[in-house]
Design a protein around this ligand. Sequence first.
Ligand SMILES: C[S@@+](CC[C@H](N)C(=O)[O-])C[C@H]1O[C@@H](n2cnc3c(N)ncnc32)[C@H](O)[C@@H]1O
Length: 265
Amino acid sequence: MTQDGVRAVNIDTSKPHPARIYDYLLGGKDNYEVDQLAGDELAAAAPEVRIGVRANRAFLQRAVRHVVRSGVRQILDIGTGLPTSPNVHEVAQEVAPDVRVAYVDNDPIVAAHGNALLSRSGRTSIVLGDLRDPASVLGHPEVRKILDFGQPVALLLVAVLHFLTDAERPGEIVATLRDALPAGSWLVLSHATADFADRSAAQAVYNKATASLSPRTHAEIERFFDGFELVEPGLAQVPFWRPDGPPPPRSGEIGFYGGVARKDS
Ligand SMILES: C[S@@+](CC[C@H](N)C(=O)[O-])C[C@H]1O[C@@H](n2cnc3c(N)ncnc32)[C@H](O)[C@@H]1O
């Protein structure tokens, strides 16, 4: 353990990591020079990106409040990201203190920081797992300890599916996860898009990172919701999904769609 309780992990600082780039863009401190340079390159290519990541985070919070107010008490958050206040369990437990959250990320640094933050609560857990192997995520003993798949679960895939290429068959992965969820479960999903601006410069930045970026169109992203019923307003640019205040500047350029959907049967 280090002084702040973070378990020592092999941290690769030779390449930018999506979790750390995102943390940098959000104004966090859990990032390195390579991530900062990548974040600055992204901001040069897409000047609205910092507003976009904050709007994505705000969407996540509104969506979590919505599903918890609708009655769900279990959350599986895959592609958690580095701890960012308020975290999903904090938002959810403010609405209902008995909500349980299993966090999953494939970046060891996320798991290490998450462990330091979460281990004190028996209602949350963080595991190192890969979305590309949904069966292992679903079968992970720590996930099974926190979540009961006989009861509704809110599955969060927020700003993570765009790190999977088409060859990695993201649609089949989402379907595998969906089939493990009982009726009354939810899907909260956001995803990068190039529908509003060319994203090739942003893709070039991620090509140098540990995961490439695959922006998708509205129609392509909507297909991830097959087998779920999208609630109003459907799949929308994140600032326009049930806003609780005026939209941030440049909202029309923000390259993230978000949606929330229920599994009825
Ligand atoms: C942009 S951050 C999103 C964080 C959080 N969901 C949010 O929206 O605020 C993407 C996260 O997904 C994680 N990630 C990327 N590919 C993944 C994979 N194949 N399996 C699990 N996590 C992954 C990254 O490590 C990173 O922490």
